[in-house]
Design a protein around this ligand. Structure first.
Ligand code: UT7
Length: 336
């Protein structure tokens, strides 16, 4: 039996900055509304034709993580890729990363758990490493939202929130069982699947053939839908529960937390959790102001930035927590 620990982190965001004022030129919104309701000031959007894709951004983040891990790409024995915006409907981006990084023919797994995707990914990686099956696993979270958003006023409740980017981590075997990932906690409640969803193109409610035949510009089923207030209310409850579950499993309390890195869904959600657990400003890492919500990429980007800023130190107790579409939610308790 082993533990797993994160030995390398990296992120990549496209250069193109889209401010709230930029959005207000194409839809009826305002900098004041977006900042007040979400905390977001700007986000990154891939420029069409630049060549960046979910996979290529993931590959760029992965290269940094692998280099910082101080291992060779050929030391990686499994790949996990979390995204809701894959390059292709199938195959998933895991195999594209294996190809584009020139990694030998190791297994590549795609995770479809949206905002919780990275936490689900490191949970899977942790189990493989704990059991001794694999030694070094690359976990990537990457999203290219901007090409799939409804950028008209009709879509403003969703489109102003999401941004593009990627983050990656290399998890490796740790023999000291008091260090590394102490536990992970995963949940789902499919009853609310449609409350935050993209229905088409799927093989369920909107068949691809129907969409092509209808050719209906008013068809909204291929844009993401979110029942914002309902999602918000569930998020604050589930974030709190799953953080507490993780702490209690390890006989810890909120006062033991050195740094909480929450999924960057809405600054108001992070602030609610901070207040609930009595954490100081420097104990909760937020960067939603700069990048918006990058779903599966949001935790690895935030964790990398926190690490780069020297906010993650040896021996610190770190909590990662996520909630999103599915609904799915999860946490990871890490002794750095
Ligand atoms: O990452 C996965 C998890 N996601 C989340 O956790 C997101 C959770 N939800 C939220 O963050 C918030 O619900 C939103 C930021 C999405 C929306 O904020 P809200 O305070 O819940 O606003 P609302 O949806 O209740 O809309 C309030 C008003 C509406 O107008 P009326 O009906 O009061 O006249 C909307 O039409 O704001 C309007 N509105 C906008 N106005 C300007 C909605 N979007 C915009 C916009 N700009 N972008």
């Amino acid at each position: 039996m082993y533990n797993s620990k994160i030995i390398g982190l990296g992120y990549y965001v496209p250069e193109n900055v889209v401010t709230n004022d930029d959005l207000s030129k194409v839809m009826d919104t305002s900098d004041a509304w977006i900042q007040e309701r979400t905390g977001i000031k700007e986000r990154r959007h891939v420029v069409k034709g630049d060549g960046d894709t979910t996979t290529s951004m993931g590959v760029k983040a992965a290269k940094v993580a692998i280099e910082r891990a101080g291992i060779d790409k050929d030391d990686i024995d499994f790949i996990i890729f979390a995204t809701l915006s894959p390059d292709y409907y199938f195959p998933g981006p895991g195999v594209l990363v294996q190809r584009d990084l020139g990694i030998k023919t190791v297994g590549a797994l795609d995770v479809r758990n949206q905002c919780s995707g990275f936490v689900y990914g490191i949970s899977v990686a942790d189990q493989y490493i704990k059991s001794g099956m694999y030694k070094n696993i690359l976990v990537v979270g990457s999203e290219l939202h901007s090409h799939g958003l409804d950028m008209s006023t009709r879509g403003r409740g969703v489109s102003v929130i999401f941004g593009d980017g990627a983050g990656a981590a290399v998890l490796s075997r740790e023999e000291n069982l008091e260090k590394g990932i102490l536990s992970t906690h995963l949940h789902s409640e499919g009853q609310h699947a449609e409350e935050l969803s993209l229905i088409a193109p799927g093989m369920g409610k909107r068949w691809v053939n129907d969409i092509i035949e209808d050719n209906d510009p008013n068809d909204e089923s291929y844009y993401p839908y979110m029942n914002g207030q309902f999602v918000f209310k569930n998020a604050v409850v589930r974030f709190s529960q799953v953080i507490l579950e993780g702490l209690e499993t390890n006989n810890l309390t909120p006062t033991d937390i050195d740094l909480l890195v929450p999924h960057q869904a809405n600054l108001r959600i992070s602030q609610f959790i901070q207040k609930k657990f009595g954490l100081q400003d420097d104990q909760v890492f937020n960067n939603i102001m700069k990048y918006g919500n990058t779903t599966a990429a949001s935790i690895p980007i935030a964790l990398t930035e926190a690490w780069e800023a020297g906010k993650v130190k040896e021996g610190d107790l770190l909590v990662l927590a996520a909630f999103g579409s599915g609904f799915t939610w999860g946490s990871a308790i890490i002794k750095w």
